[in-house]
Ligand binder design. Structure first.
Ligand code: MN
Length: 394
Protein backbone atom coordinates (compact mmCIF):
# COMPACT_ATOMS: atom_id res chain seq x y z
CA UNK A 1 0.00 0.00 0.00
CA UNK A 2 1.34 3.39 -1.05
CA UNK A 3 1.04 5.55 2.02
CA UNK A 4 2.73 8.82 1.18
CA UNK A 5 3.15 10.96 -1.83
CA UNK A 6 5.52 13.78 -0.94
CA UNK A 7 8.50 14.00 1.39
CA UNK A 8 8.78 10.29 1.98
CA UNK A 9 11.23 9.80 4.84
CA UNK A 10 14.08 7.33 4.50
CA UNK A 11 14.08 4.07 6.45
CA UNK A 12 16.24 5.35 9.28
CA UNK A 13 13.82 8.20 9.87
CA UNK A 14 10.97 5.71 9.81
CA UNK A 15 12.61 3.76 12.61
CA UNK A 16 12.31 6.77 14.86
CA UNK A 17 8.64 7.34 14.16
CA UNK A 18 6.75 8.18 17.30
CA UNK A 19 3.17 9.22 17.51
CA UNK A 20 0.71 10.46 20.13
CA UNK A 21 -3.01 9.91 19.79
CA UNK A 22 -6.16 9.89 21.92
CA UNK A 23 -8.02 6.63 22.55
CA UNK A 24 -11.64 6.85 23.68
CA UNK A 25 -14.79 4.72 23.36
CA UNK A 26 -18.29 4.14 24.70
CA UNK A 27 -19.66 7.64 24.42
CA UNK A 28 -23.14 6.01 24.57
CA UNK A 29 -24.73 9.20 23.27
CA UNK A 30 -28.49 9.30 23.78
CA UNK A 31 -28.40 7.00 26.80
CA UNK A 32 -31.37 7.46 29.13
CA UNK A 33 -31.51 6.35 32.75
CA UNK A 34 -34.81 5.56 34.45
CA UNK A 35 -33.54 6.66 37.85
CA UNK A 36 -32.70 10.19 36.69
CA UNK A 37 -35.27 12.96 37.03
CA UNK A 38 -36.02 14.96 33.89
CA UNK A 39 -33.58 17.74 34.80
CA UNK A 40 -30.84 15.29 35.80
CA UNK A 41 -31.34 13.40 32.54
CA UNK A 42 -30.98 16.67 30.60
CA UNK A 43 -27.80 17.44 32.54
CA UNK A 44 -26.45 13.98 31.70
CA UNK A 45 -27.20 14.42 27.99
CA UNK A 46 -25.55 17.86 28.01
CA UNK A 47 -22.48 16.48 29.78
CA UNK A 48 -22.10 13.66 27.27
CA UNK A 49 -21.99 16.24 24.47
CA UNK A 50 -19.68 18.47 26.51
CA UNK A 51 -17.37 15.47 26.97
CA UNK A 52 -16.88 15.35 23.18
CA UNK A 53 -15.72 18.98 23.23
CA UNK A 54 -13.49 18.19 26.19
CA UNK A 55 -11.96 15.27 24.29
CA UNK A 56 -11.32 17.61 21.36
CA UNK A 57 -9.67 20.12 23.67
CA UNK A 58 -7.59 17.39 25.32
CA UNK A 59 -6.48 16.13 21.90
CA UNK A 60 -5.31 19.58 20.90
CA UNK A 61 -3.76 20.55 24.26
CA UNK A 62 -1.88 17.27 24.53
CA UNK A 63 -0.71 17.31 20.92
CA UNK A 64 -2.57 14.18 19.83
CA UNK A 65 -2.23 13.65 16.07
CA UNK A 66 -5.54 11.80 15.75
CA UNK A 67 -8.35 10.26 17.79
CA UNK A 68 -9.87 6.78 17.79
CA UNK A 69 -13.36 6.10 19.16
CA UNK A 70 -13.58 2.35 19.72
CA UNK A 71 -17.29 1.71 19.38
CA UNK A 72 -20.61 2.64 20.98
CA UNK A 73 -20.38 6.26 19.90
CA UNK A 74 -24.16 6.19 20.22
CA UNK A 75 -26.20 4.18 22.68
CA UNK A 76 -28.69 2.91 20.13
CA UNK A 77 -28.96 1.91 16.50
CA UNK A 78 -30.92 4.99 15.51
CA UNK A 79 -30.84 7.70 18.18
CA UNK A 80 -33.10 10.75 18.17
CA UNK A 81 -32.21 13.28 15.50
CA UNK A 82 -31.31 15.87 18.13
CA UNK A 83 -28.75 13.50 19.70
CA UNK A 84 -27.02 12.98 16.35
CA UNK A 85 -27.09 16.65 15.38
CA UNK A 86 -25.62 17.75 18.71
CA UNK A 87 -22.95 15.04 18.52
CA UNK A 88 -21.89 16.08 15.02
CA UNK A 89 -21.77 19.71 16.10
CA UNK A 90 -19.43 18.78 18.95
CA UNK A 91 -17.38 16.51 16.67
CA UNK A 92 -16.70 19.55 14.50
CA UNK A 93 -14.54 20.96 17.32
CA UNK A 94 -11.81 18.35 16.71
CA UNK A 95 -8.86 19.79 14.84
CA UNK A 96 -7.34 16.37 14.09
CA UNK A 97 -8.81 13.29 12.35
CA UNK A 98 -11.31 11.28 14.42
CA UNK A 99 -11.95 7.62 13.52
CA UNK A 100 -15.37 6.36 14.64
CA UNK A 101 -16.04 2.64 14.99
CA UNK A 102 -19.59 1.25 15.06
CA UNK A 103 -19.96 -0.96 18.17
CA UNK A 104 -22.63 -3.32 19.45
CA UNK A 105 -25.01 -0.53 20.47
CA UNK A 106 -24.63 1.41 17.23
CA UNK A 107 -23.92 -1.39 14.77
CA UNK A 108 -23.33 -0.52 11.12
CA UNK A 109 -26.32 -1.98 9.29
CA UNK A 110 -29.14 -0.72 7.05
CA UNK A 111 -31.37 0.03 10.06
CA UNK A 112 -28.72 2.10 11.81
CA UNK A 113 -27.52 5.68 11.76
CA UNK A 114 -24.27 4.86 9.92
CA UNK A 115 -26.20 3.70 6.82
CA UNK A 116 -26.08 6.01 3.79
CA UNK A 117 -28.41 8.98 4.02
CA UNK A 118 -29.27 8.56 7.69
CA UNK A 119 -27.31 11.49 9.14
CA UNK A 120 -29.52 14.59 9.45
CA UNK A 121 -26.49 16.79 8.75
CA UNK A 122 -23.15 15.89 7.14
CA UNK A 123 -20.32 14.49 9.26
CA UNK A 124 -17.64 17.10 9.92
CA UNK A 125 -14.61 16.69 7.64
CA UNK A 126 -12.37 15.49 10.48
CA UNK A 127 -14.65 12.50 11.24
CA UNK A 128 -14.15 9.18 9.46
CA UNK A 129 -16.50 6.25 10.03
CA UNK A 130 -14.81 2.84 9.78
CA UNK A 131 -17.33 0.84 7.73
CA UNK A 132 -15.01 -2.10 7.09
CA UNK A 133 -11.65 -3.56 8.08
CA UNK A 134 -9.59 -2.02 5.28
CA UNK A 135 -6.55 -0.23 6.73
CA UNK A 136 -6.92 3.53 6.47
CA UNK A 137 -4.01 5.91 6.19
CA UNK A 138 -4.08 8.73 8.75
CA UNK A 139 -3.58 11.83 6.57
CA UNK A 140 0.02 13.10 6.54
CA UNK A 141 1.24 10.56 9.10
CA UNK A 142 3.11 7.23 8.87
CA UNK A 143 0.17 5.61 10.64
CA UNK A 144 -2.64 3.32 9.58
CA UNK A 145 -5.76 2.50 11.52
CA UNK A 146 -7.67 -0.70 10.99
CA UNK A 147 -11.07 -1.17 12.58
CA UNK A 148 -13.44 -4.08 13.12
CA UNK A 149 -16.91 -2.47 12.98
CA UNK A 150 -19.91 -4.37 14.32
CA UNK A 151 -22.46 -5.18 11.59
CA UNK A 152 -25.01 -6.38 14.14
CA UNK A 153 -25.63 -6.50 17.84
CA UNK A 154 -24.66 -10.16 18.14
CA UNK A 155 -21.97 -11.24 15.68
CA UNK A 156 -21.05 -14.92 15.81
CA UNK A 157 -17.31 -14.43 15.45
CA UNK A 158 -14.23 -12.61 16.74
CA UNK A 159 -14.55 -9.59 14.43
CA UNK A 160 -11.24 -8.02 15.41
CA UNK A 161 -9.36 -11.32 15.07
CA UNK A 162 -10.85 -11.75 11.60
CA UNK A 163 -9.86 -8.19 10.65
CA UNK A 164 -6.23 -8.62 11.74
CA UNK A 165 -5.59 -12.19 10.52
CA UNK A 166 -5.20 -11.40 6.80
CA UNK A 167 -2.99 -8.32 7.29
CA UNK A 168 0.64 -8.25 6.24
CA UNK A 169 3.11 -6.83 8.74
CA UNK A 170 2.91 -3.03 8.73
CA UNK A 171 5.44 -1.51 6.30
CA UNK A 172 8.69 -0.58 7.98
CA UNK A 173 8.33 2.78 9.69
CA UNK A 174 4.54 2.64 9.67
CA UNK A 175 2.63 2.23 12.89
CA UNK A 176 -0.70 0.44 12.71
CA UNK A 177 -3.42 0.97 15.32
CA UNK A 178 -6.21 -1.59 15.53
CA UNK A 179 -9.64 -0.48 16.76
CA UNK A 180 -12.06 -3.06 18.12
CA UNK A 181 -15.10 -3.39 20.32
CA UNK A 182 -16.31 -6.16 22.61
CA UNK A 183 -15.19 -8.41 25.44
CA UNK A 184 -11.78 -10.08 25.34
CA UNK A 185 -11.74 -13.77 26.22
CA UNK A 186 -9.37 -13.28 29.16
CA UNK A 187 -11.93 -11.06 30.94
CA UNK A 188 -15.17 -12.54 29.66
CA UNK A 189 -18.20 -13.22 31.82
CA UNK A 190 -19.52 -15.71 29.26
CA UNK A 191 -16.69 -17.88 27.86
CA UNK A 192 -19.04 -19.37 25.21
CA UNK A 193 -19.84 -16.00 23.57
CA UNK A 194 -18.80 -16.44 19.92
CA UNK A 195 -17.94 -12.73 19.55
CA UNK A 196 -15.17 -12.78 22.20
CA UNK A 197 -11.90 -11.23 21.09
CA UNK A 198 -9.00 -13.67 21.41
CA UNK A 199 -6.17 -12.10 23.41
CA UNK A 200 -3.77 -14.72 22.05
CA UNK A 201 -4.76 -13.56 18.56
CA UNK A 202 -4.02 -9.93 19.49
CA UNK A 203 -0.65 -10.89 20.97
CA UNK A 204 0.20 -12.76 17.76
CA UNK A 205 -0.80 -9.73 15.67
CA UNK A 206 1.48 -7.52 17.79
CA UNK A 207 4.42 -9.94 17.77
CA UNK A 208 4.21 -10.30 13.99
CA UNK A 209 4.06 -6.48 13.67
CA UNK A 210 0.68 -6.47 11.97
CA UNK A 211 -0.39 -3.95 14.60
CA UNK A 212 1.42 -1.85 17.23
CA UNK A 213 -1.50 -1.03 19.53
CA UNK A 214 -5.05 -2.28 19.98
CA UNK A 215 -7.62 0.33 21.04
CA UNK A 216 -10.63 -1.41 22.53
CA UNK A 217 -14.09 -0.31 23.61
CA UNK A 218 -16.90 -2.06 25.47
CA UNK A 219 -15.67 -2.11 29.06
CA UNK A 220 -16.53 1.27 30.55
CA UNK A 221 -13.52 1.26 32.90
CA UNK A 222 -9.91 1.90 31.90
CA UNK A 223 -8.43 -1.59 31.61
CA UNK A 224 -4.98 -2.78 30.57
CA UNK A 225 -5.30 -6.13 28.81
CA UNK A 226 -1.66 -6.30 27.75
CA UNK A 227 1.00 -3.60 27.44
CA UNK A 228 -0.30 -2.74 23.96
CA UNK A 229 -3.98 -3.65 24.35
CA UNK A 230 -6.21 -1.29 26.34
CA UNK A 231 -9.80 -0.42 27.00
CA UNK A 232 -10.16 3.35 27.35
CA UNK A 233 -13.34 3.23 29.43
CA UNK A 234 -16.24 5.63 28.93
CA UNK A 235 -15.50 9.38 29.03
CA UNK A 236 -18.66 9.86 31.09
CA UNK A 237 -19.58 7.22 33.67
CA UNK A 238 -22.71 5.27 32.77
CA UNK A 239 -23.42 2.92 35.66
CA UNK A 240 -22.54 1.45 39.04
CA UNK A 241 -19.59 -0.93 39.25
CA UNK A 242 -17.42 1.01 36.82
CA UNK A 243 -14.09 0.99 38.61
CA UNK A 244 -12.39 3.63 36.47
CA UNK A 245 -14.61 5.50 34.00
CA UNK A 246 -14.75 9.26 33.21
CA UNK A 247 -11.42 8.91 31.37
CA UNK A 248 -9.72 8.73 28.00
CA UNK A 249 -6.21 7.54 27.14
CA UNK A 250 -3.35 9.57 25.73
CA UNK A 251 -1.20 7.00 23.94
CA UNK A 252 2.45 7.51 22.94
CA UNK A 253 3.48 4.88 20.47
CA UNK A 254 6.72 4.06 18.71
CA UNK A 255 8.04 0.81 17.26
CA UNK A 256 9.88 0.04 20.48
CA UNK A 257 7.31 0.83 23.09
CA UNK A 258 4.08 2.32 24.27
CA UNK A 259 3.12 4.67 27.09
CA UNK A 260 -0.53 5.03 28.06
CA UNK A 261 -1.77 7.85 30.27
CA UNK A 262 -5.37 7.99 31.49
CA UNK A 263 -6.74 11.54 31.56
CA UNK A 264 -9.89 12.81 33.30
CA UNK A 265 -12.87 13.77 31.13
CA UNK A 266 -16.26 13.25 32.82
CA UNK A 267 -17.59 14.06 36.30
CA UNK A 268 -20.50 11.65 36.80
CA UNK A 269 -20.38 9.27 39.74
CA UNK A 270 -22.41 6.21 40.70
CA UNK A 271 -22.20 5.41 44.39
CA UNK A 272 -23.59 2.40 46.21
CA UNK A 273 -23.66 2.34 50.01
CA UNK A 274 -24.76 -0.42 52.34
CA UNK A 275 -25.63 0.92 55.79
CA UNK A 276 -26.66 -0.58 59.07
CA UNK A 277 -28.84 1.99 60.84
CA UNK A 278 -29.38 1.69 64.58
CA UNK A 279 -30.23 5.18 65.76
CA UNK A 280 -30.13 8.90 65.02
CA UNK A 281 -26.34 8.95 65.17
CA UNK A 282 -26.10 6.50 62.27
CA UNK A 283 -28.51 8.63 60.21
CA UNK A 284 -26.49 11.76 60.95
CA UNK A 285 -23.41 9.90 59.71
CA UNK A 286 -25.32 9.09 56.50
CA UNK A 287 -26.31 12.76 56.16
CA UNK A 288 -22.67 13.81 56.59
CA UNK A 289 -21.44 11.31 54.03
CA UNK A 290 -24.06 12.48 51.50
CA UNK A 291 -23.26 16.13 52.07
CA UNK A 292 -19.54 15.52 51.61
CA UNK A 293 -20.00 14.02 48.11
CA UNK A 294 -18.45 16.15 45.36
CA UNK A 295 -20.37 16.90 42.14
CA UNK A 296 -23.70 16.16 43.86
CA UNK A 297 -25.83 17.16 40.88
CA UNK A 298 -23.84 14.59 38.87
CA UNK A 299 -23.88 11.83 41.47
CA UNK A 300 -26.29 8.90 41.54
CA UNK A 301 -26.60 7.22 44.94
CA UNK A 302 -28.23 3.91 45.71
CA UNK A 303 -28.58 2.92 49.36
CA UNK A 304 -29.19 -0.46 50.90
CA UNK A 305 -30.48 0.11 54.43
CA UNK A 306 -30.77 -2.50 57.13
CA UNK A 307 -31.37 -2.34 60.87
CA UNK A 308 -34.04 -1.56 63.40
CA UNK A 309 -34.82 2.06 64.22
CA UNK A 310 -37.30 3.98 66.34
CA UNK A 311 -39.75 6.57 65.02
CA UNK A 312 -37.49 9.54 65.73
CA UNK A 313 -34.71 7.93 63.69
CA UNK A 314 -37.12 7.03 60.88
CA UNK A 315 -38.25 10.67 60.74
CA UNK A 316 -34.68 11.91 60.62
CA UNK A 317 -33.98 9.41 57.86
CA UNK A 318 -36.96 10.67 55.83
CA UNK A 319 -35.68 14.24 56.14
CA UNK A 320 -32.15 13.20 55.24
CA UNK A 321 -33.32 11.34 52.14
CA UNK A 322 -35.55 14.25 51.07
CA UNK A 323 -32.64 16.69 51.37
CA UNK A 324 -30.40 14.26 49.48
CA UNK A 325 -32.93 13.94 46.66
CA UNK A 326 -33.00 17.73 46.30
CA UNK A 327 -29.24 17.88 45.79
CA UNK A 328 -28.20 14.65 44.08
CA UNK A 329 -28.81 13.52 40.51
CA UNK A 330 -30.64 10.58 42.04
CA UNK A 331 -31.00 9.02 45.47
CA UNK A 332 -32.68 5.66 45.68
CA UNK A 333 -33.17 3.21 48.51
CA UNK A 334 -32.83 -0.21 46.94
CA UNK A 335 -35.98 -2.13 47.86
CA UNK A 336 -34.54 -5.53 47.16
CA UNK A 337 -31.46 -5.00 49.32
CA UNK A 338 -32.98 -3.01 52.15
CA UNK A 339 -34.45 -4.39 55.32
CA UNK A 340 -35.17 -1.54 57.66
CA UNK A 341 -37.56 -2.21 60.51
CA UNK A 342 -39.21 0.72 62.28
CA UNK A 343 -40.36 -0.04 65.82
CA UNK A 344 -41.66 2.74 68.09
CA UNK A 345 -39.61 3.16 71.26
CA UNK A 346 -40.94 4.44 74.57
CA UNK A 347 -38.96 7.62 73.95
CA UNK A 348 -40.94 8.18 70.73
CA UNK A 349 -44.20 8.15 72.63
CA UNK A 350 -42.94 10.14 75.60
CA UNK A 351 -42.67 13.21 73.40
CA UNK A 352 -46.37 12.99 72.58
CA UNK A 353 -48.10 14.85 75.35
CA UNK A 354 -51.66 13.63 75.16
CA UNK A 355 -54.29 12.55 77.61
CA UNK A 356 -57.52 10.61 77.73
CA UNK A 357 -58.92 9.20 74.50
CA UNK A 358 -56.01 10.42 72.35
CA UNK A 359 -53.47 8.81 74.64
CA UNK A 360 -55.32 5.49 74.45
CA UNK A 361 -55.34 5.75 70.63
CA UNK A 362 -51.57 6.30 70.59
CA UNK A 363 -51.05 3.30 72.85
CA UNK A 364 -53.15 1.18 70.49
CA UNK A 365 -51.25 2.43 67.44
CA UNK A 366 -47.96 1.66 69.09
CA UNK A 367 -49.07 -1.93 69.82
CA UNK A 368 -50.14 -2.32 66.18
CA UNK A 369 -46.86 -0.77 64.97
CA UNK A 370 -44.84 -3.45 66.72
CA UNK A 371 -46.21 -6.10 64.33
CA UNK A 372 -45.36 -6.50 60.69
CA UNK A 373 -47.52 -6.10 57.61
CA UNK A 374 -49.55 -3.35 56.02
CA UNK A 375 -51.55 -2.56 59.14
CA UNK A 376 -48.36 -2.11 61.16
CA UNK A 377 -46.91 0.15 58.42
CA UNK A 378 -50.06 2.29 58.56
CA UNK A 379 -49.84 2.44 62.37
CA UNK A 380 -46.20 3.62 62.20
CA UNK A 381 -47.12 6.29 59.64
CA UNK A 382 -49.97 7.42 61.88
CA UNK A 383 -47.67 7.60 64.90
CA UNK A 384 -45.14 9.68 62.97
CA UNK A 385 -47.92 12.03 61.95
CA UNK A 386 -49.10 12.35 65.55
CA UNK A 387 -45.52 13.09 66.63
CA UNK A 388 -45.19 15.81 64.01
CA UNK A 389 -48.51 17.37 64.98
CA UNK A 390 -47.64 17.18 68.67
CA UNK A 391 -44.24 18.79 68.00
CA UNK A 392 -45.92 21.59 66.04
CA UNK A 393 -48.35 22.18 68.91
CA UNK A 394 -45.53 22.73 71.39
MN1 MN B 1 -20.49 0.41 25.62
Amino acid sequence: MEVYSAARPCASEFARVSIRFLHTSDWQLGMTRAFLSADAQARYADDQIEAIRRLALTASERGCAFVVVAGDVFDSLLPARRVITRALDALATFTVPVFLLPGNHDADNPAGLWAPGRMPVPLPPAAHVLHDATPVQVPDLPVEVVGAPWPSRKPDMDLLGAALAPLDPAPSGTLRVAIGHGAVDSLAADPLDASLISVAGLRAAITSRRVSYVALGDRHSVTEVTERVWYSGAPVATDFDEADSNKALVVDLDPGGVAVEPVAIGRWHFVRRHLDLDGEESVRALADSLSSLPDKERTVVRLALVGTVDLATAELLDETLAAGRDLLASLEVSEGRSELVVIPADSDLASIDLSGFASEAVAELSRAAANSGEEADAARDALMLVRRLAARGR
